[in-house]
Design a protein. Structure first.
Length: 103
């Protein structure tokens, strides 16, 4: 089965952006497999079909924490020249989770 690009746009609130860029790193999990990500857009190859996607962050140096988890279902279509897009927005309050939406 062919791989399709999923573009995941991950952003904290503008107020918290300097803090998160300095001290945290986002992680994308698709069907239980973790992918290191970055603040901004991360490209992840997946097979066409239905997937579970979660986005969270960790403080740099942590390996197991899952902070601010947000999740959604993602359906990827295998059509030539298409890309699936996901947005993940982290709320401004400490303890906020990601709002994850697939387009």
């Amino acid at each position: 089965m062919a791989m399709v690009k999923v573009l995941v746009d991950i952003r904290p609130s503008l107020v918290a952006l300097p803090f998160h860029r300095a001290f945290t790193r986002p992680v994308v999990e698709i069907d239980g497999v973790e992918w290191s990500a970055r603040w901004g857009t991360t490209e992840i190859p997946v097979e066409a079909g239905a997937h579970e996607i979660a986005v969270f962050f960790r403080y740099k140096g942590q390996r197991a924490a899952r902070l601010g988890v947000g999740a959604d279902e993602l359906t990827v279509h295998d059509s030539p020249g298409t890309e699936s897009r996901v947005t993940a927005r982290l709320g401004a309050r400490n303890g906020s989770g990601f709002k994850v939406e697939s387009a």
